[in-house]
Design a protein around this ligand. Sequence first.
Ligand code: COI
Length: 356
Amino acid sequence: MNEPIRITRAATKKRKPKDSELTFGTVFTDHMFVMDFQEEKGWYDPRIEPYGPLSLDPACAVLHYAQAVFDGLKAFHGTDGKVRLFRPQQHLARMNGSARRMCIPPLDPELALRSLVELVGLERDWVPSTVGTSLYVRPTIIASEPFLGVRPAKAYIYYVILSPVGAYYPEGMNPVKILVVDKYVRAVEGGVGAAKTAGNYAASLYAAEEAKHAGFTQVLWLDGRERKYLDEVGTMNIMLKIAGEIVTPPLTQGTILPGVTRDSALTLMREWGLRVAERQVSIDEVAAAAHGGTLEEVWGTGTAAVISPVGELAYKGERIVINDGRIGALTQRLYDAIVGIQYATAPDTHGWTVEV
Ligand code: COI
């Protein structure tokens, strides 16, 4: 599909925040990408228009049955002055995977990539340049058909919004404290845990609020059946270094998000010749390793969070402190390697970046 993207420019421009003012997801740029779908026409009318509210019928399916998927990726201002998206094709492939699971018609990969490249290109002045800041890109698909029966909708809107961001966690690169929950579950085998779909995030809020009130930044979810094996944090995948081996929960159960940063970290660590296993790891194994002095490092990987050190895991009233609450050497190495590729201070030997 070589359909041209129609552009309507915003009449006025917003004030751009200074890099030092950036938080996560509070400020949006001047334009957005929009495209519609109708059963008879397929996806049509790709366009860039001024950022603003969408007009939705109150009966539309997404507002009732949460038929919605999204993804999250970033554009970086390299030290060479160029703007690059990090692994956009992987993010779009994942979004199409999420879409299929939620009975949403997938996007043409080539047009979807152009939607990101052209929008970010138009908004390139919004890409902040300080290391640690970026332009967060949020492609989203929602069911727009007004219909209250429960079946896949026949009309959708795909849109992309952009937000200049700083660190996701207020802690920045300081290790976060995470509560391991066994009272609630996020996903079960056969469910939608591997899809980036809105309802997964709504379902996580109650446990996250409880954790926050108890002084934790995030929740670490255990598997839904035995409540024993680590799944993910909800905003990031989890990795641990135990007795020299790196372990991370596998994708095979279909209960965790196939993280793009997870994949980048695994690829790099395998290239570095480290021992890496994608396998189930129980919370008891983690506690035993901590007691035995072999729990060396724990960190999370995610687009928003990048590489985020975990300083403490709390489980059943016990506080497991990792590496004295300091960032570990491997965590730091991974952060430096990924950030180096993103800001073009290191060569992109994997072809992960796409110049805008
Ligand atoms: C991301 O890392 O991009 C996410 O989507 C996590 C969260 C902000 C929803």
